[in-house]
Design a protein around this ligand. Structure first.
Ligand code: SF4
Length: 92
């Protein structure tokens, strides 16, 4: 079973206006930010038309991968979603 197929089973309650992951403003992405494009299993990170890394947290499974890679360098800010919001794992 592919990861994408498993992600399909999860449900998310998006906390509109309160993203739990934020990318620090930048002109050109750091190596850490570029790593997130491939490291995030839910593909939350993308390059925008200006070549900067953006995050869309709607499908975030709160795995913490990006937190380990890019929070120590200050490239992102990461906090747990507010109570009641975030991912709901249907199977385990
Ligand atoms: Fe992606 Fe995991 Fe970071 Fe969420 S916590 S944005 S799923 S790497």
């Amino acid at each position: 079973v592919r990861v994408e197929d498993k992600l399909y089973y999860n449900r998310y309650l998006v906390d509109a206006g309160h993203p739990h992951v934020r990318v620090r403003a930048h002109k050109t992405p750091s190596p850490q930010l570029l790593t997130l494009l491939k490291a995030c299993p839910a593909r939350c990170y993308e390059l925008n038309d200006n070549g900067q890394v953006e995050v869309t947290v709607d499908g975030c499974i709160e795995c913490g991968t990006c937190r380990v890679i890019a929070e120590p360098t200050g490239d992102i800010e990461w906090s747990h979603p507010r109570g009641g919001y975030g991912v709901l794992f249907k199977f385990g």
